[in-house]
Every structure is written in structure tokens, then in C-alpha cells.
Write a protein that binds this ligand. Structure first.
Ligand code: PMP
Length: 405
């Protein structure tokens, strides 16, 4: 049973007001709110365990290390990786992507080699490749989409050439909500002997993910979008690939032996974890993953699907409503514009009604160009949102729309 009132009690912030109105938080695509167990994990660990991990002989250091490494196992289990050596802690999706892009381009790509991305990528999965493109002469090829916001698989297949070295695509679009058929994208890439990096920032909070079933070579996500703390994220990489890539940053922890003549590097995953890791964050992230696992990712997916269907149905009834992203398989993100009302005006006025939405290009300007718009209003739902909140959103949009008539 999905006990929504009990779930909402776990998130103290949801009962606050803004401008005297009950908060309706619909900006979950940007970041999610935190359940009590996550926040308490942070204070508890600072109050009772805190010590630097891995190199300490003393009790607290060992306890902190055990917590940190147990968290790695929680992440492994959550995405069904083969081993904890395939789980690298980073600062978030952006850092995970940059780690792969930079080390992959350095070690596996030459001038003229190609990477395939999609038209609906977040800037983090475009600009990081462009930096390498400028440095190494790498070429970006782009998978187009149809007007519903679905990638064109036939066109995707045509992009492969003998110079294709990697495919780097998002699992779920942060603007359109499209759930891309990443299993098929990966299968096609592998038929060309090309590895695939999946940006899981918007999928991990909403869908069960099994990296082995997908056969993803790299899969990345951020803790803060899945009810965990800010500043921690994950890079999953197949052992074989992580072994082949060079270190990303130099420092403590990532080395085996250092001399001025020759330095040897630590084993996986530590080769990619230079410096003191966010061990407080990893414990809290594990708590967040335990929290969603206890509810069940399948249950969360079904609940959010129902919310999204309800919202799509009600928002479409609003005169002048234009929704961007009507894919067959859609996650809980709805981007829209109403009449000629600027997205910023809509967002600002909804805010005065207590409704938090995001406005703008959502770090996906190339997608905005494809849609022929400058930005949208985006409502994104999480496991704690309700149909009543969607009613408040719909009424709020109608009220704002009437002001512009
Ligand atoms: N990719 C996608 C699809 C996203 O939605 C986001 C966050 N908006 C990112 C990458 C970047 O995530 P972070 O800022 O947590 O690194």
C-alpha cells in the first residue's frame, strides 16, 4: 500500500508555507526534498562518528570507513552492479559525466573520432564533450527526435560510422520527461562495438534501474535528485572500462605508491576518488536509497505515473495550454506554456500562490532551439506529491492565465 500521508510526514519541509500559502513543491527535477532519515544521518554521523576514512588506525576512522564502504554496497545493490569496485563516488551527475568524458577522450579518442549524443541532452552532457571536441578535434553527432519528443531510432542507426567511439545519452529528459529506450540504444551501439554512457540524473529517482540488464557501460546520477544530500553522486562503470581509463584527478587516496620518479595508482574504485571523499554524504545517500527501496521503485513509478496522467489530463483542459513532450513512455515531468504568457511571468506568479515550479531553458538550450521556443514552465513530480497539489497547480495556472486575458 502506498501510504502518502505517512510519506509526507517523513518530509518536514512539505508542511511549511510560503507567502502564507501551503507549499506545493513541484521542482523535483531540479532537486528533491529530504526525508528525516537522510537529514538525521548527516547530524548523527557528524555528532558521533566523524573521522577521515580509509587511512586511520583508530576506532572512529574505521567506523566511518565501514559506513562509507557499506554505502557503496547499498548503491551497488540499488542499481545491480556486479561489484562495489564499479561504484565511484563523485560530486554528482555533472562530475561523473566530466570524469568519463575527459578520461575517455584522452585515452580512447583521436581527432576526427565521433561521439553520438541526443538533441534532448542536459548541457552537462553536451558542453563536456564540446570542451574535448575543441581540445582534440572530436566530432559530435546528434540523434534527432519527433514532435512528441521521442528519439528517432532509424536516424540514430544512421549516425554510426567507423569513427564512432561512444554514445552518450540521457535515460529520461529533464524537460520532456521522455523515457528513452536506452536498452535498445545500448543494443544498437554494442552491435557497432561502441560503449554507452547513460545520464541517469532524471531516471534514478523515478524508475527501477538495473545496469546489468541494460548492459550500460557507464551510468551516472546525482544524490540530491533521489532524496539524498547535495554534493554526492555516482559513476557506475563496467570494471573492464574503468580499468582501461586513466585517473581523472591526482591526490591522496587514488595512488598506491608515489615517488618523484614513478607513481602507481590505486585499485578500483579508489583510482577515481582523489582526496577525502564525502563520507558523510555517502552514508546519507545510502539512507535515501534505503528509503526509496523500502517504498519500492516499482510502487514509486506506478504512483508517479498516475499523478502524471492526472496532471496531463487536467492541464490539457486549460485554454491556450501547450505541452512539450508527449512521448509514449513519459516520466513525471511536464513542460508547458500557456498562450503568450512568458514562462518567467507564469513561474513568478505561481510562486506567489505557493507553487514552486522551474522556468527557463532547463540547461537544455539545443532542445529549446529544436522546439522553437526560449523556455518553458516545468512542473516535476516526486513520490510525495498528490493529486490535490496538481489541482492547486491547475487552478493556479488558470488564475494566472485570466490575469493576462
Ligand atoms: N543531467 C540531467 C538530465 C539533469 O536533469 C541534470 C540536473 N538538472 C544534470 C544532468 C546535472 O545534474 P547535477 O547538477 O546534479 O550534476
Amino acid at each position: 500500500m502506498y501510504n502518502i500521508s505517512k510519506i509526507r510526514e517523513d518530509f518536514p519541509i512539505l508542511s511549511r508555507t510560503v507567502y502564507g500559502k501551503p507549499l506545493v513543491y513541484l521542482d523535483n527535477g531540479a532537486t528533491t526534498q529530504k526525508p528525516r532519515c537522510v537529514v538525521e544521518s548527516i547530524t548523527d554521523e557528524y555528532y558521533s562518528v566523524n573521522a577521515n576514512v580509509h587511512r586511520g588506525v583508530h576506532f572512529l576512522s574505521q567506523q566511518a570507513t565501514n559506513l562509507h564502504e557499506a554505502s557503496r554496497e547499498t548503491v551497488r545493490k540499488f542499481i545491480n552492479a556486479r561489484g562495489t569496485n564499479e561504484i565511484v563516488f563523485t560530486r554528482g551527475t555533472t562530475e561523473s559525466i566530466n570524469l568519463v568524458v575527459s578520461t575517455f577522450a584522452d585515452s580512447q579518442m583521436q581527432a576526427g573520432d565521433e561521439v553520438i549524443v541526443s538533441v534532448m541532452e542536459h548541457h552537462s552532457n553536451i558542453v563536456s564533450w564540446q570542451l574535448q571536441a575543441a581540445r582534440k578535434g572530436i566530432v559530435l553527432k546528434v540523434i534527432p527526435m519527433n514532435d512528441r519528443g521521442e528519439l528517432l531510432l532509424d536516424e540514430y542507426e544512421k549516425l554510426f560510422s567507423p569513427r564512432t567511439r561512444i554514445v552518450s545519452v540521457t535515460h529520461v529528459s529533464n524537460v520532456l520527461g521522455t523515457i528513452n529506450p536506452v536498452d535498445k540504444l545500448i543494443e544498437i551501439a554494442h552491435a557497432h562495438n561502441v560503449p554507452v554512457l547513460i545520464d541517469g540524473a532524471q531516471s534514478i529517482p523515478h524508475l527501477p534501474v538495473d545496469v546489468q540488464a541494460l548492459d550500460a557501460d557507464f551510468y551516472v546520477f546525482s544524490g540530491h535528485k533521489v532524496y539524498g544530500p547535495t554534493g554526492i553522486g555516482v559513476l557506475y562503470g563496467k570494471e573492464d572500462w574503468l580499468d582501461r581509463l586513466p585517473p581523472y584527478q591526482g591526490g591522496g587516496e587514488m595512488i598506491k605508491n608515489v615517488s618523484f620518479e614513478k607513481t602507481t595508482f590505486n585499485e578500483l574504485p579508489f583510482k577515481f576518488e582523489a582526496g577525502t571523499p564525502d563520507y558523510i554524504g555517502s552514508t546519507a545517500l545510502a539512507k535515501a536509497l534505503d528509503y526509496v527501496s523500502a517504498i519500492g521503485m516499482e510502487n514509486i513509478e506506478a504512483y508517479e505515473h498516475e499523478l502524471t496522467e492526472y496532471a496531463m489530463q487536467h492541464l490539457k483542459e486549460i485554454p491556450g495550454m501547450r505541452i512539450f513532450g508527449e512521448a509514449e513512455r513519459k516520466s513525471s515531468v511536464i513542460s508547458f506554456l500557456v498562450g503568450n504568457i512568458h514562462h518567467f511571468d507564469m513561474g513568478t506568479l505561481l510562486d506567489r500562490l505557493g507553487i514552486a515550479v522551474r522556468t527557463g531553458h532547463h540547461c537544455a538550450e539545443p532542445l529549446m532551439h529544436r522546439l522553437g521556443i526560449e523556455g518553458t514552465v516545468r512542473a516535476s513530480f516526486a513520490l510525495y506529491n498528490t493529486k490535490e497539489e496538481i489541482d492547486v497547480l491547475a487552478a493556479g495556472i488558470e488564475r494566472v492565465a485570466r490575469m493576462f486575458l
